[in-house]
Design a protein around this ligand. Structure first.
Ligand SMILES: *Cc1c(COP(=O)(O)O)cnc(C)c1O
Length: 375
């Protein structure tokens, strides 16, 4: 039976992208970021495919995500970076997860959870994103305390890292400035006696577009899924990344409508001529952005078909331009683009957002299917 609506993930494409990125950034290592359910692709299968293709590390935002990977059998190096007070650091220790500390309070909380084995901790410095991480003013105090705990055998500082604000615009002066602050922070840490295994700053766009931002390790999310982290920058489109996700549905109905007929809630689109429309059984309840109303396109029977009227909770109407493909016909919302179907990037442009949001939000009642068997 064909699914009503499903997300098809090509794990071969993930492995291809991971190998390509890994070769590109050598001698730096590669962390594949699989937070937010692997950007909507499925954290566990994508994490496994990334490991198979040689990812040195996996990265996630929350400790819960890290523990879910461990519960699914993942055993490699694994970093998480977004904690709140009261986090279950004992579970992180038991699961051999590297955790991140931004503050003295976090360091002390981590240290308090240690029983026998030293906790693996990475320190994050805010080099200019003004999001997570220690301020430059607090950095010397944080590294001093970390060194003290390391000397006592309570923690091992495995990494020092930061995150870039403008990596999709490689010539933006913030990039140079952040790299300089990062280098200074590394010098302060070295001075304090820290000698971490890894230092890292770049995400996908930085890793691809600014070799100077690679340091010892890069953290790639979007590019590992085959999407372009810096649309409009030729270096990224020329790389040969392959989009791993297709979102497809099964056409529920097709029928004629007359000139003057209003379509969907609010009649925001009215047929100028007699035409035919199709009913696609996925809506904003499944993560199809309502902002795509009257803007995005889908692929049916070898042609692009525009969305007409508002995206509803469970369904969308598309213009079939006089054709009547049978219910059961395949509908591709977005995919690799290889056959002419729209891509997640095109949906992003139609919705005035980024492809990150398109793939991460699609889900809801979509089934997940994986193709591209393990090697
Ligand atoms: C999400 C995230 C990444 C991955 O970013 P991409 O642009 O998808 O490569 C890297 N580092 C941190 C801290 C992140 O939160």
């Amino acid at each position: 039976m064909t699914a009503r609506a499903e997300i098809v993930v090509d794990l071969d494409a993930v492995r291809h992208n991971v190998r390509l990125l890994s070769d590109l950034v050598e001698p730096a290592g590669l962390m594949v970021v699989v937070k937010a359910d692997g950007y909507g692709h499925g954290m566990v299968p994508v994490g496994r495919a990334a490991r198979e293709a040689g990812a040195d590390w996996l990265g996630v935002a929350t400790l819960d995500e890290a523990l879910a990977l461990r519960a699914a059998g993942d055993e490699g190096r694994l970093l998480c970076w977004l904690a709140v007070p009261g986090e279950n650091y004992a579970a992180a220790l038991a699961g051999d997860v590297d955790v991140t500390a931004y503050t003295l309070a976090e360091l002390d909380e981590i240290a308090a959870a240690v029983t026998d084995r030293a906790a693996r901790v990475q320190l994050k410095v805010d080099t200019g994103l003004s999001r997570g991480g220690a301020t430059v003013a607090d950095w010397p105090g944080l590294v001093a305390r970390a060194r003290e705990l390391e000397g006592a055998g309570t923690i091992a500082v495995t990494g020092i890292w930061s995150h870039i604000a403008c990596s999709d615009d490689p010539d933006h002066p913030a990039n140079e400035a952040q790299e300089a602050v990062f280098r200074e922070a590394l010098a302060v840490a070295e001075e304090a006696g820290l000698d971490p295994e890894v230092t890292h700053l770049a995400n996908s766009a930085g890793a691809i577009l600014r070799p100077s931002s690679r340091f010892g390790l890069v953290r790639c999310g979007l590019a590992a899924y085959g999407l372009d982290p810096a649309p409009g920058q030729p270096d990224t489109s020329a790389l040969g990344l392959r989009p791993a996700m297709s979102a497809r549905a099964t056409l529920a109905l097709s029928k004629p409508i007359h000139a003057g007929a209003g379509v969907s809630y609010g009649h925001t689109w009215v047929a100028e001529h007699d035409t035919t429309v199709g009913l696609v059984p996925a809506g904003y309840g499944d993560g199809v952005p309502r902002h795509a109303s009257n803007r995005a396109e889908v692929w049916i029977s070898g042609r692009r078909r525009p969305l007409r009227g508002r995206v509803c909770m469970d369904q969308v109407v598309v213009d079939l331009d006089g054709e009547l493909p049978a219910p059961g016909t395949d509908v591709v919302l977005f995919g690799s683009g290889d056959d002419g179907e729209p891509t997640a990037q095109e949906w992003a442009e139609a919705c005035e957002t980024i492809s990150y949001e398109i793939v991460t939000r699609i889900g809801g009642r979509f089934a997940h299917r994986y193709v591209g068997a393990a090697p």
